[in-house]
Design a protein around this ligand. Sequence first.
Ligand SMILES: [Zn+2]
Length: 157
Amino acid sequence: MTSNTDPLSEHFDLSELTVSQAAARAGLRNVPLPGYRENLRRLACALEQIRLLLGGHPIVITSGYRSADVNRLIGGAPQSAHLLGLAADFICPGYGTPQQICQALLDSPIGFDQLIYEGSWVHFAIPDSRLEDPRRDVLTAIFAPGQNTRYAKGILA
Ligand SMILES: [Zn+2]
């Protein structure tokens, strides 16, 4: 058995931050450009802070880095922070619902660029390393059949 582990931090491996079921199904490789590894390492460090905040329960990443092909495949935003290795979508069932996780993050001192309550998951993005102050932009995604996803300010029930 071969091992593909490539730890970015204590609890997060590169394989977790590049996982994509859609990419696997489409036969696309989702390998980050070398320049984005430092972003992914910073993202993993932020996820460690979140893990602590959420009582040490395991965080399940559903989407981290996305290559341009993978992002197109799943219909991601063209300027998505996922393309730069700066964002992760996750759940933490051991802690609570995505809404409860968003509220905990909002109430915490953890710095982030953008937090989106996406209904069944949380989108969390760290700032570009060139920016000094995290923006702490907080949004709720509003899905409607046949329409583009809209975003409202704050965490909405
Ligand atoms: Zn996302």
